[in-house]
Design a protein around this ligand. Structure first.
Ligand code: KG4
Ligand code: ZN
Length: 373
């Protein structure tokens, strides 16, 4: 059995987790997440230097808490892991500098993990439901990952562990970003995803009068696997402007709840329609055994259910996986899971060399998943 201490500070969550891996798979012993949502909410988005300041304040406390909750002492840690790309540089540096220092001080191996790799490998954390994913790799690959987060929207083809081919991606905004911007236009809180989703649900419950709203499904008919979400956000802006004019509302006046709910429902449906359509197109094109959903927007239950249904109907032999609920938005357990899987696949020499990672690990804002070896 190996025990991992993983750190994640790429955006606005300071997180430390203790993960163990053995022949039964990858388990979480603790996963402490200190969220900065309240700090950034008034700005409607994450301010990098504010995030870094909070990470610096909290990182050691979060590590201590993770060790305490797992009932593990620092001497029992076998391997350290940290998100080193992509993300906000001032934020990432807090995690990487801490991890490098601990690696040097404790003389432990260190693995740098790509943030999106973490989101994908959250699907490999063992719970009964996800058992299939720890079985023989011949049964799970080729695998298609639909990555939907605040910074990324990608379809990634994996023919084996840690082999990534980006077959499609957003040409502009990420889907999570579109959720956040739509929420902002409607006067809802940050992060926007959960808020938009909650309001969309209200519209579906039909407690308020029905309002007909129609938004575009950008690039849905384009014969590729790419996405575009900025047009959808602009369409929401146009709708809101027109509604304000028609109802004599000033820019600072709050919008009516039935209107907000109706826009949210249509926006969510438009985003889900495009994501599903492009995923199905990829499944028609490639031989795929498993589809995994990854990234913060995977928390959207409408997306989860609709994608599961679409795959079951059209490709009943494909296994569809979601990350465990508590590992969907940014957290360090997913970084530990990716590290554990990498460690398992390394030979002794490669493992030995990771004792020196602290000397050369780079912190990068924009590294592509497919650049990672
Ligand atoms: O993966 P994540 O935690 O951070 C990034 O790597 O970006 O994703 C955060 C994104 C935010 O844009 C947030 O609004 C979105 O995930 N999100 C959701 C939901 N929960 C979080 N979007 C739609 N529905 C949700 N329930
Ligand atoms: Zn993320």
């Amino acid at each position: 059995m190996s025990i991992f201490l993983a750190l994640e500070t790429s955006c606005d969550e300071t997180s430390a987790s203790i993960v163990s891996s053995d022949t039964d798979g990858i388990s979480i012993l603790s996963n402490v997440v200190s969220s900065q949502i309240a700090l950034h909410a008034p700005h409607g988005g994450v301010i990098p230097n504010l995030a870094a300041r909070e990470h610096t304040k909290n990182i050691n406390i979060v590590i201590k808490q993770a060790l305490h909750e797992a009932n593990i002492s620092s001497s029992e840690i076998d391997v350290l892991a940290v998100t080193n790309a992509p993300g906000l540089i001032p934020a990432l540096l807090v995690g990487t500098t801490t991890a490098k220092t601990l690696s040097w001080l404790w003389k432990k191996p260190l693995l740098g993990i790509h943030h999106l790799e973490g989101h994908i490998y959250a699907n490999f954390i063992t719970t009964e439901e996800y058992n299939l994913l720890k079985k023989d790799t011949r049964e799970i690959f080729p695998l298609l990952a639909l990555i939907v987060s605040g910074g990324h929207t990608q379809l990634v083809l994996m023919k084996g562990h840690f082999q990534y081919e980006i077959i499609g991606e957003t040409q502009d905004d990420a889907v999570g970003e579109a959720f956040d911007k739509t929420a902002r236009l409607l006067g809802l809180g940050y992060p926007g995803g959960p808020e938009v989703s909650r309001c969309a649900q209200k519209a579906k419950e039909k407690t308020s009068p029905l309002i007909n709203i129609s938004l575009p499904r950008p690039m849905i008919h384009k014969p590729n696997f790419n996405f575009s979400f900025s047009g959808l956000k602009t369409a929401v802006l146009t709708l809101v402007k027109r509604y304000r004019q028609e109802h004599n509302l000033a820019d600072t006046d709050t919008l009516d709840t039935p209107f907000i709910n109706a826009v949210c429902a249509e926006f969510e449906q438009a985003a889900v329609d495009v994501l599903i359509s492009k995923t199905l197109r990829a499944l028609e094109t490639y031989e795929i055994r498993t589809v995994v959903l990854a990234g913060g927007v995977s928390a959207n239950t409408h997306l989860q259910k609709s994608l599961a249904l679409a795959i079951r109907e059209k490709f009943p032999s494909i296994h569809f996986s979601l990350p465990p609920t508590h590992c969907i938005t940014d957290n360090a357990a997913m970084i530990g899971a990716a590290a554990a899987m990498r460690w398992e696949l390394m030979n002794d020499k490669e493992k030995f060399l990771t004792h020196d990672t602290w000397k050369h690990l780079e912190t990068r804002a924009n590294a592509l998943l497919s650049e990672k070896k």
